[in-house]
Write a protein that binds this ligand. Structure first.
Ligand code: G4P
Length: 343
């Protein structure tokens, strides 16, 4: 099951513009243990808005803030490193192929051959993933669905890369290079699975050399297979989002940590989105009646909290705890394999 974006979202190359709340900014938090480039500076938390009444749940987008200050540095670094590679592998999240993609990638990658890896496909709707592969193929983009956690699909990477780079390899050979080594750079937003992919593909192979002229200090190159090297410092870019949907989808999937935004409002939004699409699963999982399923999101969250015995003193439902549980379950695909965006 998947959620359709509106017509404006059709373009794979641009972020969706559905009901965009211009100026709503995403306050982002990447993993704290990751390199500084991946973790934009924390910013002051926005004031918590009043709880939504029925139909107001989406107002939560106003509290999401995004400060793109680190972007210039990342962009410059990528522009520099891109000159040293022959191809780019862009990792996106198969559950949100539009929102997890930076629309600037094509320009930044300087026309280099590209492969798109639809990662986390173990948690995405397989039919939607097939539709995305078909769509991307029609757009002349080489797309491979992968599950880097189990390794499924990853072995297709080198054969597809070999095919993609065949003309380039031939041209190097024609210039007299006997065994040209092709270099690939991995790009993708934080938490999309770049490190997991690199570990899978590079395995235990040693870095070929720690630094190369013109390459940012600290970059390492790994031999992926004979004739292929991979830059192990992945380019990290965030999509631009002046759009509520992108922020929501990144937050639902855990790309943006929910502790920097109102978790209850986010969970309410998720309920409103998924209940109509997955009624049977919600009824079964949360022991809901048909009538309860059509309650406004904030009331439904209270019912779920009660049903699960999540109560605070005085017997009131602990909606915050229920919200965390719901989001965790979605992120762990316990609500099913769900793709939120269609081509
Ligand atoms: P990054 O370098 O792009 O920031 O992402 P990273 O590889 O660190 O992966 C982020 C999280 O996504 C990790 O989970 C990782 O295990 C998980 N992940 C990566 N690829 C896949 C996939 O194909 N399927 C699934 N289900 N998960 C994937 P984590 O909870 O942060 O860590 P851990 O569970 O590995 O300890």
């Amino acid at each position: 099951m998947s959620v359709k974006n509106n017509k404006k979202n059709k373009s794979y190359r641009s972020a969706p513009k559905s009901g965009g709340r211009s100026g709503a900014r995403i306050k982002q938090s990447a993993k704290p243990q990751k390199p500084a480039e991946k973790s934009p500076k924390p910013v002051k938390k926005a004031a918590k808005p009043k709880k939504p009444q029925s139909g107001e749940a989406s107002e939560y987008s106003q509290i999401i803030q995004w400060y793109p200050g680190h972007m210039t540095k990342t962009r410059r670094r990528m522009e520099k490193d891109i000159k040293l590679v022959d191809a780019v592998a862009e990792i996106i999240d198969a559950r949100i192929p539009i929102s997890s993609r930076n629309p600037d990638i094509a320009r930044l990658t300087d026309g280099k051959p590209r492969i798109v890896l639809l990662n986390k496909c173990d948690m995405a709707d397989p039919r939607a993933t097939d539709r995305w592969v078909t769509y991307l193929t029609k757009e002349n983009v080489r797309a491979i669905p992968v599950d880097c956690k189990s390794g499924r699909g990853v072995n297709r990477f080198v054969p597809v890369l070999t095919e993609l780079l065949a003309p380039r390899i031939e041209s190097y050979k024609a210039k007299g290079m006997a065994n040209p080594s092709m270099r690939v750079m991995i790009v993708g937003i934080p938490n999309v699975g770049k490190s997991t992919f690199i570990n899978r593909v590079a395995g235990k192979t040693k870095a070929v050399s720690a630094d190369r002229p013109g390459v940012t200090r600290g970059n390492q190159w790994f031999t992926v297979s004979k004739g292929f090297e991979m830059l192990d410092t992945p380019g990290v870019l965030w999509p631009k989002f002046d759009d509520r949907t992108v922020g929501e989808h990144l937050a639902f999937t855990g790309a943006i940590k929910s502790d920097v935004m109102d978790t209850e409002l986010l969970a309410i939004r998720l309920l409103e989105l998924l209940c109509p699409l997955r009624p049977a699963e919600f009824i079964e999982r949360y022991k809901l009646t048909d009538d309860e399923l059509s309650l406004p999101g904030h009331e439904l969250l209270s019912v779920i909290a009660r049903r699960r015995g999540m109560l605070i003193s005085g017997g009131e439902p602990d909606t915050e705890r229920a919200a965390y549980a719901l989001l965790d379950e979605f992120r762990d695909a316990k609500l099913g394999k769900i793709t939120l965006e269609n081509p």
